[in-house]
Design a protein around this ligand. Structure first.
Ligand code: ZN
Length: 358
């Protein structure tokens, strides 16, 4: 029931500022247990970048470079979980550290949970299905925008659906927000990820969640605007804080509201990256987001990036049906957007009409 009061939780500890990654070793030393290593899941972007020293790795720790070529998949999450279990003969890791973009953040959250909960990743797609707390987990985002560092969702695609593990156990226990890592992100990836933040801020500000959600998302949007005013002089600290506040807003709500469900349908069938599918969906939702669409498009032209067009022009009727069905599985966010009778307003035909415009 959407009228129930939500008992909200945000990430309990964060360390913020340029160079704050240096604090990781100290945080980990208080978590290390005899004979139980720390597991590091690191974006494969860092493969040749001598990351071991930066991350205060000890000789017995386990370092796994995570492929970020595709959006997270259920089988890949299960595979990493099994790899960790097979490497630690006498139990579980002391902690798990995820460093990278939204993909690595989401995978880290899910693996942390699967190490202490039976079964496979796809069994936990949905809301509040996780029974046991996960392994103590630290998130170090290196791209800002998805808010995955602060949200309670670990999104991935299974054979059935693209949907998150939404649980308070999927929140990180600690995050380290060090803006130095944002400076190396390529322009297109950068802007799609930044605008993912723009989209979920607008979604949450216009939804039916609490004033807390609205306060966090509107602060995030204002910081974001300030951070990217001049493409030649990005304010990375503000951008990182915008992403964190946007993710915190999501942690107090049920996830992004109309645009995100549509983007999940789109991404599920076409295998698009999250940031791109969110931007494509947002651009087609003028009837819901009115004035924001003009600003959204202006930001793209400011950065000289053009959104691809005609994405769904060749999809079959059957694929459109599947996309719409995947969108409509996001019951909670759609309830928060349209109210209890959302199915009457946001019908399958309506979703298909939106998808055809993309
Ligand atoms: Zn998003």
């Amino acid at each position: 029931m959407i009228t129930n009061f939500k008992n909200c939780k945000n990430v309990p500890y964060y360390m913020f500022g340029e160079g704050s990654i240096a604090g990781l070793g100290k945080i980990l030393s208080s978590k290390r247990q005899e004979g139980s290593p720390v597991v590091f899941l690191v974006d494969d972007f860092f493969t040749d970048k001598n990351i071991q020293n930066t991350l205060s790795l000890e000789p017995t720790d386990i370092l796994i470079f995570v492929s970020t070529e595709h959006e997270p998949k259920a089988e890949y999450i299960d595979e990493i979980t099994d790899e960790i279990k097979s490497k630690i003969k006498n139990g579980l890791p002391s902690a798990i550290v995820g460093m990278g973009g939204g993909t690595v953040m989401d995978i880290t959250k899910c693996v942390s949970i699967l190490l202490t909960n039976p079964g496979k990743a796809e069994e936990y797609q949905g809301w509040d299905l996780v029974k046991n707390p996960g392994i103590y987990k630290i998130g170090i985002p290196t791209i800002s925008g998805t808010g995955a560092e602060a949200s309670r969702t670990g999104v991935f695609t299974s054979k059935k659906v693209k949907l998150g593990m939404n649980s308070e156990y999927s929140l990180f226990d600690q995050i380290i927000l060090d803006p130095q890592f944002l400076k190396t992100v390529p322009k297109e990836k950068f802007i799609y990820t930044v605008m993912d933040c723009y989209a979920h801020d607008v979604e949450l500000m216009k939804g039916k969640d609490s004033e807390v959600t609205k306060a966090l998302s509107s602060s995030s949007l204002n910081l974001l605007r300030e951070a990217i005013r001049d493409p030649e002089q990005i304010n990375y600290e503000k951008l990182m804080m915008a992403s964190y506040l946007g993710g915190s807003a999501m942690a107090t709500a049920s996830g992004g509201h109309i645009c995100h469900p549509v983007s999940y349908g789109l991404g599920f069938i076409l295998g698009l990256r999250h940031g791109l599918s969110v931007c494509l969906a947002f651009n087609a939702l003028e009837e819901y987001y009115g004035d924001y669409i003009a600003e959204f498009r202006e930001i793209f032209s400011r950065f000289g990036v053009e959104l691809p067009k005609g994405i769904t022009k060749d999809v079959t009727e059957e694929q459109l049906d599947k996309m719409a069905e995947a969108t409509l599985k996001n019951e909670k966010p759609l309830g928060s957007a349209f109210g209890e009778n959302w199915r009457e307003v946001f019908t399958k035909e309506k979703v298909k009409e939106i998808l055809k415009r993309i």
